[in-house]
Design a protein around this ligand. Sequence first.
Ligand SMILES: Cc1cc2nc3c(=O)[nH]c(=O)nc-3n(C[C@H](O)[C@H](O)[C@H](O)COP(=O)(O)OP(=O)(O)OC[C@H]3O[C@@H](n4cnc5c(N)ncnc54)[C@H](O)[C@@H]3O)c2cc1C
Length: 399
Amino acid sequence: MRASCAKFVDNVVLPYIKQNWQLEWSMKPEGRLPDEILVGADQIGIRTLGVPAEFGGIELDKGSEVKTFALISEEIARGDSGLADKLVQNWKVSVLLRNLAPKHLAEKWFKRLVEDPQFLLAHCLTEPSGASDRWLPYDVPEAAMRTKAVRTKGGWIINGRKQFISNGYDAGLYVVYATSQPGVGMTKGTSSFLVPRDTEGLTVARCNETLGCRFMNNGELVFEDMFVPDDHLLVEGTALAKAGVYFRPGKIIQAAKNLGVGVRCLEVTSDYVNTYVQGGRILIKHQAVALRIAEMATKIEAVRALVERAAQAVDDNAADADALCNMAKYYASEEILKVATHAVELHGGNGMMLDFGVEKLFRDAAIFPHMDGTVDISKFKIVKALYPATAGKYAGREE
Ligand SMILES: Cc1cc2nc3c(=O)[nH]c(=O)nc-3n(C[C@H](O)[C@H](O)[C@H](O)COP(=O)(O)OP(=O)(O)OC[C@H]3O[C@@H](n4cnc5c(N)ncnc54)[C@H](O)[C@@H]3O)c2cc1C
């Protein structure tokens, strides 16, 4: 699988990005990434990972599923981390659906996903009121989601909005979280729903123009008196706790995508310092340059080791899996950003030129600290997991 992904990245993705770098800046999201790229991902069998074989997906060995997700995410992100974002949302939401969706709906949506290479899934938690309270979680009534679901005859009426959603602009199916029981705290009063794109009352309000990962269209959604039938309820009340099946592999995948960006930084920088001459010698023969390269390579290997260890812990359902996932996610985001800084610095002025292509890696790397929880919130979660009795309270009323 790794070899076919590498071939796809080297022969299709990287040449496309190189030749079409201006398209990254097109303010028309529809045309940024051509359909053929997702068709290519489909042809090498990586688009429908996470979908059970009985529904036509590619089912991975459960004992190493998350490790395999990591390996493929890294490889695809080496080509383009926005493309990787697009694909991994499908895997992550598929895992959620296979665990939580009623069989007839799983069958319906997996069929759509398998049949249509352009079909995308999205997972909608974040709201304008902020996401950190959810990650902690800060379990008091006033921090509950503003998006509300009210029971009605035969289903639910949902009102509210979601922001910063990966694939939010393009997805065919959304998993939406909403407060269904106000006043009890988000861990007990949040429900999750399946919302097809054509649901009346759902508006895709806009595509966010992001700094990096620009080939994934991040979107904002508004729900106005949106009716969803009873069978579209995934989890009532305890949706945040049940989403663990999504978050754990999700953080490994984030870290692995981040690693892929770092690997590409080293690849292009290695080529540059072994060919470009200053001071009468190729750059790598200058000691200051060599030290930076050594640091880049070491950081990449350190991140890889932690990602592999954390992925194994998730596959084994180990007791320390939660802490390790957060460690891998935040550590990768900080270390790979330093790797990307070395990459642009060693390219000198070329490192800042859009058409040269190296600055894109820096921008892509800069996105990761905030994805799936900020660095600080991830650290809080690690300390909480390690010292549950003594860890501080990280949110509360102003005193
Ligand atoms: C490219 C991209 C893709 C994304 N995709 C998705 C998606 O698919 N689905 C989705 O639901 N969300 C998505 N998000 C949202 C992402 O999860 C959030 O941006 C992230 O969790 C941070 O939340 P926030 O932006 O609301 O920041 P806030 O929660 O408002 O935090 C702002 C700052 O305050 C700090 N802070 C907050 N609370 C505390 C505290 N108690 N103590 C100390 N410091 C604190 C934070 O660390 C941060 O520095 C995406 C974001 C990006 C950038």
